[in-house]
Write a protein that binds this ligand. Structure first.
Ligand SMILES: *[C@@H]1O[C@H](CO)[C@@H](O)[C@H](O)[C@H]1NC(C)=O
Ligand SMILES: *[C@@H]1O[C@H](CO)[C@@H](O)[C@H](O)[C@H]1NC(C)=O
Length: 315
């Protein structure tokens, strides 16, 4: 009998390690209708302000780290000093006590970033000090390199950007969400190929990019949403599939939004955030049962072992 309280104590001590805190909003029912007024649906959404003006979105991925787009930071030095990251906000002009504003420690652009082709359009933003997670401020899960998202998934892009090209979101700047299916690179390039636009781009969707939207247009991310999250459900978590990068206009038929693909950049992220964990998705792993990022095993096998141990000691 005395084994039970002991194993219970071990279990309770390990609980925080075992429970993945990412990608689990307090009040969002997967597959259900969005709850646009609760402010709890997208707790990883951040706004990046430059001299007090919102310039881009971003996604919280760890206590001290936000993932955003490289093109949001054309002037890193000044932006590191004069930018703030706003977390836990729902209406940017009507913030509550759940909102936290943080200074920036450093901004790291991907080394392959090229503004002409939008290649490598991803950036890590380190906060001055770690934020405390609340139900309004939580990280989204990051996918490992071999993660495969189902093209049928209901992904959402969120942000405080324009509601139409040249039409700003009106006050009090309420966070917008739109459901956008993923479109694979090949399909997306053939859409861009077949749709008249100026300048006519040839296969513009490079490796490290993924598209999302509708062939008929109408629903899309837009100016000001850059750097913000494209979140897809995966194995019971919300996982960051992409970062808003570029588009030709917004919501134009045959020209879907283009996102930096986060699995493509998992290794780079793990180089800068050594303790970062990544989730497998769609059984995309090359090895069965466990996954690796840079040779580091995920904690899933450990979780399984401990669950077995816990169950056995209780019997
Ligand atoms: C501002 O936020 C509060 C809740 O925090 C809400 O009750 C109020 O309606 C909001 N104001 C506007 C103008 O939306
Ligand atoms: C796009 O069109 C060009 C020729 O105009 C062709 O060479 C290329 O293969 C096409 N790409 C796709 C993805 O269809």
């Amino acid at each position: 009998m005395s084994m039970v309280p002991f194993s219970l104590a071990v279990w309770l001590l390990l609980l925080p390690v075992l429970l993945k805190v990412c990608g689990k909003p307090a009040q969002r029912i997967m597959g259900g209708e969005p709850a646009p007024s609760d402010g709890l649906s997208w707790p990883w959404q951040v706004s990046i302000l430059y001299r007090d003006q919102p310039i881009c979105g971003g996604a919280l991925i760890a206590e001290k780290w936000v993932l955003s787009a490289a093109h949001c930071f054309p002037n890193i030095k000044s932006q590191t000093t004069h930018s703030d990251v706003v977390l836990g906000a729902y209406q940017l002009l009507n913030t509550s006590s759940n909102t936290v504003t943080s200074d920036i420690q450093q901004i790291i652009l991907h080394p392959t970033y090229d503004s002409d082709s939008s290649r490598g359009d991803i950036a890590l933003v380190e906060l001055k000090s770690p934020v405390s997670f609340t139900k309004y401020i939580l990280p989204i899960c990051l996918p490992e390199t071999s993660a495969k998202f189902s093209m049928e998934e209901s992904c959402y892009v969120t942000g405080w950007g324009d509601i139409q090209p040249g039409v700003e979101l009106p006050p009090p700047l309420t966070l917008q969400e739109v459901k956008v299916p993923l479109i694979d690179r090949e399909k997306c390039n053939s859409l861009f190929n077949a749709t008249q636009h100026e300048p006519q781009l040839h296969n513009p969707v490079g490796p490290g990019m993924i598209c999302a939207g509708y062939q008929e247009g109408g629903k899309d991310s837009c100016q000001g949403d850059s750097g913000g999250p494209l979140a897809c459900p995966c194995d019971g978590h919300w996982v960051l599939a992409g970062v808003v990068s570029w588009g030709i206009g917004c919501g134009r038929p045959g020209l879907p939004g283009v996102y930096s693909s986060t699995p493509f950049y998992a290794t780079w992220i793990s180089q800068h955030i050594p303790n970062m964990t990544f989730v497998t998705c769609g059984k995309g792993g090359t090895t069965s049962g466990k996954s690796e990022v840079n040779g580091r095993e995920q904690n899933y096998p450990v979780v399984t072992l401990l669950l077995v141990f816990f169950t056995l000691t209780l019997l």
